[in-house]
Design a protein around this ligand. Sequence first.
Ligand code: NDP
Ligand code: 2IT
Length: 445
Amino acid sequence: MTYVERVLDDLKKRNPGEKEFHQAATEILLTLEPVINAHPEYEKSALLERFTEPERTILFRVAWVDDNGKVQVNKGYRVQFNSAIGPYKGGLRFHPSVNLSIIKFLGLEQILKNSLTGLPIGGGKGGSDFDPKGKSDREIMAFCQSFMTELYRHIGADTDVPAGDIGVGAREVGYLFGQYKRIRDEHVGVLTGRGLSYGGSLIRKEATGYGLIYITAEAMKARGYSFAGKTTLVSGSGNVAIYACEKAQELGAKVVAMCDSNGYVYDENGIDLAVVKQIKEVERGRIKEYANRVQGAKYFEGCKGIWTIPCDVALPCATQNEIDEESAKALIANGVQYVAEGANMPSTLEAISAFQNAKGVVFLPAKAANAGGVATSALEMAQSSGRLYWSSEEVDAKLKTIMVNIYHNIDKAAKKYGFDGNYVMGANIAGFEKVAEAMMAHGVV
Ligand code: NDP
Ligand code: 2IT
């Protein structure tokens, strides 16, 4: 057994049942062999054991009162995974499926993603099994206030800076920030994704989706292609999906399908994004509505069918493991050329292998492809510290530069170890090298 295999084996034994965490760790660790071989000192320093063990895991009770006057109890989580290169940074997810395994997989991914941005941010993630769907505005506020009444003591602008993720958008960040400010009496950059009137950054809302398109466009450019005329699938219809669709359309792509957790819409004329925004951002409704409002559009129950639609570009932007081996094979059989992950870990390990073994498919993994969101969060932190605002043009230009650099860095890292075009290896290695160097410099901590 190699050092890497032994660490992975121990990790599975010491964290039983955490299947998403095992999956993310497997994907990452097995690609790090070449770096580990080049640095025999890492084993003696137990670097991988430390890298895969969160620095701190905070679990707490969140009690709140619903509109019927009944007390509800949810679980709260914040995993402060790694602060070697900067304060813990990463989103909060509110979704009934949330458990420790999911928060740990997201946190582990976040360490390398944040490193890839080139900015000084460590990795963390948090959230709750609270389900925001169908809750009144007052219930959302009551939950957020209770959540922050515990979380505030663990975070800070130079310690740990949460942001949004699934189920946490501008409204939730607003309530969380309001409660933090009330308790601590500090108006600082302790959360990102804030509203523009109280410290938020222009382009943060669009950043993950736009960044996904910028990096994919760069991969296309390197091969002499562009988004123009490319038939594109975007799964999800939340924050990442909407702005990925917007930028892809701006670059000339024809986006023909989007979905939510109930089903997908197919619109062969190209998705009318204004209708999606009205349904999702304004009415908080279901994607099914789209087919009632747009002539020629069809609605299908269930999400999986979206991957059977023939396309050139597939952009999974909903959730983990939404593309399994069967869906990957359907995409490949229908001629997909680019798969870029907007969501975190949307492809299963088997799906990733299928994409990598298929000739002519470019696969851009999440930690590189969706890094634009957290990168712009770091730009928001910089603006907060400097007590100033940059224009949208300035932020957008910085975001684009960051995404273009990530593409070339992962491409270079893959080539350096003889795995040309393998961006899973490239992203893991390029992200890990910097974190490893910082951890070694800090000694045994
Ligand atoms: P949102 O809550 O805004 O949207 C999530 C979308 O995905 C919704 O359309 C939702 O449908 C769908 N979805 C969620 N869970 C499931 C599920 N179990 N099955 C099928 N569909 C599902 O979240 P975001 O757009 O912010 O996040 C989407 C993905 O992008 C996540 O993986 C997140 O971790 C990742 N990400 C987000 C970043 C950000 O800045 N927000 C940055 C980088 C990555 P429904 O409404 O029916 O639940
Ligand atoms: O997965 C992610 O990178 C995010 N949800 C964004 C995190 C952030 O701190 O902006």
